[in-house]
Design a protein around this ligand. Structure first.
Ligand SMILES: *[C@@H]1O[C@H](CO)[C@@H](O)[C@H](O)[C@H]1NC(C)=O
Ligand SMILES: *[C@@H]1O[C@H](CO)[C@@H](O)[C@H](O)[C@H]1NC(C)=O
Ligand SMILES: *[C@@H]1O[C@H](CO)[C@@H](O)[C@H](O)[C@H]1NC(C)=O
Length: 360
């Protein structure tokens, strides 16, 4: 197979997630691509992130403002861009880049602009009209976490599903660096949408089947958080199975758990740590009363970045838009995750009325 040259990429954004997560994770795979530039709206913020990145990518350039953005857009050697900007209207930025021919990796958190989903539909149809279309990837690391990849395979062991439950007791409080990010407070759904989307993708990944309708109660108890700060929802799957999804944004004793009860056994994935590493424990309870367990440290962000880099180098070889994107980074998967939470929030507003999940 022809070995493509390492693709050149840029990052738009210089906030906490770029500094604490993107740069160190990209550094782990720095042999696979060239980081050409980091851009931010303000020069100061761009310089801060470039300072950190220089340790791993000595030649990275600092770009800011409209002029810096245009330089990135007009530089044909930069073929991929990671959009890691805070908040609303990032879909517009992604579309602008896609129209200029860049492949885009967009953080899923930046996707919700409003809960109506109309902007999303408009964005999707305007993307679909691009010929050839560059890759539009939505980053959701849960689909790449080894615990979910392996857990999904174990689903075959538990037989027919009787019940699914997801219990999320988060730890979002004023000590969390994301707590005061203002944009998370400004949109409907607050932290439930922002944090919850990852737990929904973990769920969809494990069960391998779409959620068709939900019925939810939402409430607002902790007034230091935006409303709602709690959701209790029933979930109905396409194939007849059902379960519950419970999420508390801030609790004193965090817990993050998916549990699927089947006729022949139960599968559980739970966040935890082992030997100083954070990750997930996967437990399979079998019909004979025994259990087997495996611990998988977090590595989803690295895996997803690796997939994007490999996809864009392949696409760049073909140039005609015929390269198939790895389904786990397809923007459609991201849209499906968001649609489930949108439906839950909508049901919450209507005192638990059953709401159909929008199909993408
Ligand atoms: C669908 O539901 C049944 C139980 O009703 C279950 O056994 C099966 O594994 C489910 N998932 C898929 C992807 O069909
Ligand atoms: C926030 O949550 C963390 C993790 O549960 C905890 O260690 C910390 O004490 C909490 N801080 C506040 C201000 O409640
Ligand atoms: C698995 O089984 C062992 C005993 O065989 C038990 O000590 C352990 O608590 C079980 N693990 C879980 C997660 O229940």
């Amino acid at each position: 197979m022809e070995q493509p040259p390492p693709p050149q990429i840029a990052i738009l954004g210089a906030g906490i997630f770029v500094r604490n997560t993107y740069i160190p994770r990209l550094a782990e795979i720095s042999n696979l691509f060239v980081l050409r530039a980091i851009w931010s709206r303000s020069e100061e913020s761009a310089r801060g992130a470039v300072e950190i990145a220089k340790k791993f990518f000595p030649n990275v350039e600092c770009k800011w403002g409209e002029a810096g953005l245009n330089e990135i857009i007009q530089d044909a050697s930069i073929i991929g861009v990671a959009v890691v900007l805070a908040g609303q209207a990032q879909v517009d930025m992604s579309l602008r880049l896609l129209k200029s021919g860049k492949h885009v990796l967009q953080e899923i958190d930046n996707w919700f602009t409003n809960s109506a989903g109309t902007e999303l539909n408009t964005a999707i149809s305007s993307y679909n009209s691009l010929k050839p279309a560059p890759i539009w990837a939505v980053a959701e690391n849960y689909r790449f976490e080894p615990a979910f990849v392996e857990g999904k395979k174990l689903m075959a062991e538990i037989g027919d599903i009787i019940n699914i439950h997801v219990i999320i007791e988060g730890s979002m409080n004023s000590s969390n660096p994301y707590f005061s990010s203002s944009w998370r407070r400004d949109f409907v759904g607050g932290f439930i949408l922002d944090m919850g989307v990852h737990f929904i993708s973990g769920l969809r990944m494990l069960v391998g089947c779409e959620i068709t309708s939900v019925s939810a109660i939402t409430s607002h108890v902790d007034t230091t958080l935006p409303a709602p700060d709690h959701i209790s929802s029933t979930i109905q799957l396409e194939n007849g199975s059902s379960g519950v999804f419970v999420m508390v944004v801030s609790s004193r004793s965090p817990k993050v758990l998916w549990r699927i009860v089947g006729l022949k056994g139960t599968l559980q994935v739970e966040r935890g740590s082992k030997d100083g590493k954070h990750g997930y424990t996967v437990v399979l309870f079998t019909a004979d009363g025994q259990n087997k367990s495996w611990f998988y440290p977090f590595s989803g962000v690295t895996e997803e970045l690796k997939t994007f880099v490999s996809d864009i180098s392949q696409a760049n070889l073909k140039k005609d838009g015929s390269h198939q994107v790895e389904p786990r980074i397809s923007f459609l998967e991201g849209a499906r995750d968001v649609a489930v939470l949108d439906a839950m929030l909508e049901s919450g507003k209507r005192q638990g009325a059953a709401v159909q999940v929008k199909k993408f």
